[in-house]
Design a protein around this ligand. Sequence first.
Ligand SMILES: NC(=O)c1ccc[n+]([C@@H]2O[C@H](COP(=O)([O-])OP(=O)(O)OC[C@H]3O[C@@H](n4cnc5c(N)ncnc54)[C@H](OP(=O)(O)O)[C@@H]3O)[C@@H](O)[C@H]2O)c1
Length: 245
Amino acid sequence: MILQGKVVLVTGAARRIGRTIALAFAAKGSRLAVHYHTSVVDARRVVDAVKSISGAEADVFRADLEQAKGPEKLADAVARRFGGIDILINSASLYEKTPFALTTPADWDRHMAVNARAPFFLAQACAPYLRRMGEGIVINIADWSGLRPYADYGPYCASKAALLSVNKILARALAPEIRVNAILPGPVLLPEGMSEGEKKKISEATLLKRLGTPEAVARACLYLAHAADYSTGAELAVDGGRLIA
Ligand SMILES: NC(=O)c1ccc[n+]([C@@H]2O[C@H](COP(=O)([O-])OP(=O)(O)OC[C@H]3O[C@@H](n4cnc5c(N)ncnc54)[C@H](OP(=O)(O)O)[C@@H]3O)[C@@H](O)[C@H]2O)c1
């Protein structure tokens, strides 16, 4: 797909990896719907950055994706503002440490709602807009730990495993007009406050012996949107080999 002028909705785009993805599409001349939940100041800064990179249209959209109606309201607001949606990138995510013995049903429900249910219903709500031009794209940002879970983040890992299933379900439901693919990042931006020792251990656990970058994830999104025209339902690891280490 030619990215120039296309409307790209990136969830969780105010900060960190989502922000980098949004700016990478801006550099290709795409119009940006910058979704945020609480980071309004950062989201507005992303809009300013998009405009200074390419002069393309951009706007902020607030939605709590834990709420059942959040995805539908978000899709409708974006389509009203831009007249359509060409690309949906599900990057927003909840990532909380939940030691096994302390995990509650509420922890489980929140992770499932934000990380698996919302991407499904956002794709459902965006589908009529994505189809309208005869070509549409959904990219789900999953996690290598969706395939190899760790014990202290059970609801998170289970929700990312569910997202990988959602990826295949959407690919089947939305074919042939819409291509749906997932990215499985490895360790890229570690939680704030992690010690240098812990960070070193995590990078040493990859085959490439280093952390990834948000730019590497963003380039994978550009590839799936622009070049991977015979891929749907696929999973692209951007993990320094962590999955097979
Ligand atoms: N960081 C990594 O190394 C890494 C590794 C593997 C996979 N990933 C995946 O890559 C993606 C981006 O990672 P990241 O580290 O940049 O993510 P992040 O900082 O943990 O979260 C991204 C955004 O999700 C939004 N969010 C959280 N709860 C929400 C809710 N209830 N409703 C709507 N939005 C909500 C937040 O928006 P506000 O700030 O506006 O509240 C947050 O800024 C995620 O899907 C993550 O699972 C990341």
